[in-house]
Design a protein around this ligand. Structure first.
Ligand SMILES: Cc1cc2nc3c(=O)[nH]c(=O)nc-3n(C[C@H](O)[C@H](O)[C@H](O)COP(=O)(O)O)c2cc1C
Length: 166
């Protein structure tokens, strides 16, 4: 099995820090993702400041794990470089998954936090990260050393497969 099959979301972490070199390897996995027209309209914010992580976490359950994460990586898309919203989100999603796979490869744990534009968390994320108007937050990845890890399940779903036509 490769990291593609062994990866699971990890939401509880030990206090052990994540090294600078590991963070750079995670970021490099993000930079290696495919991108529409190779525009690569994304930028990353590495958040290690504990107060900022707590402020990011305290608005909702879905991102509560940020409070205990060693760090978070915000994947933000530049709407000036890629005005097509679908492509901007697709590019940032590819980046996010690449980073999660590298996190798994490094023996760390990560979790993808999605950001809904019309959700209550959205303005908070913008404010805490100090985003200018043209930068769209697409995901926040919580990163740390896993306190516990679930065993991955076989998710192959035969009934979702179609050949040649629906
Ligand atoms: C677009 C997207 C948004 C997600 N947002 C959240 C989130 O806000 N909070 C969270 O705990 N998990 C979030 N997840 C993780 C999913 O809950 C998780 O991937 C799913 O339950 C399957 O579990 P697994 O990652 O362990 O395979 C998100 C995943 C994706 C792809």
């Amino acid at each position: 099995m490769s990291v593609i099959e062994t990866r699971t979301s990890v939401r509880t972490y030990t206090d052990e820090p994540v090294g600078e070199e590991e963070v750079r390897r995670i970021l490099n996995a993000g930079f290696s993702a495919p991108s529409a027209k190779n525009i690569r309209p994304y930028e990353f914010i590495v958040v290690t400041d504990r107060k900022r992580l707590e402020r990011l976490a305290d608005t909702g359950d879905t991102a509560a794990m940020l409070k205990n994460a060693a760090l978070a990586i915000a994947v933000i898309g530049d709407t000036g470089k890629q005005p097509a919203a679908e492509l901007l989100i697709a590019d940032c999603a590819a980046v996010t998954e690449n980073m999660l796979l590298r996190i798994e490869e490094l023996g760390l744990g990560g979790c993808w936090c999605g950001i809904l534009r019309d959700g209550s968390w959205y303005p908070r994320v913008r404010e805490v990260l100090g985003l200018p108007a043209h930068m769209e937050p697409v995901s926040l990845i919580a990163v740390g050393h896993a306190r516990r890890k679930r065993r991955p399940k076989d998710r192959f779903e035969e009934e979702k497969l179609h050949y040649d036509v629906y």
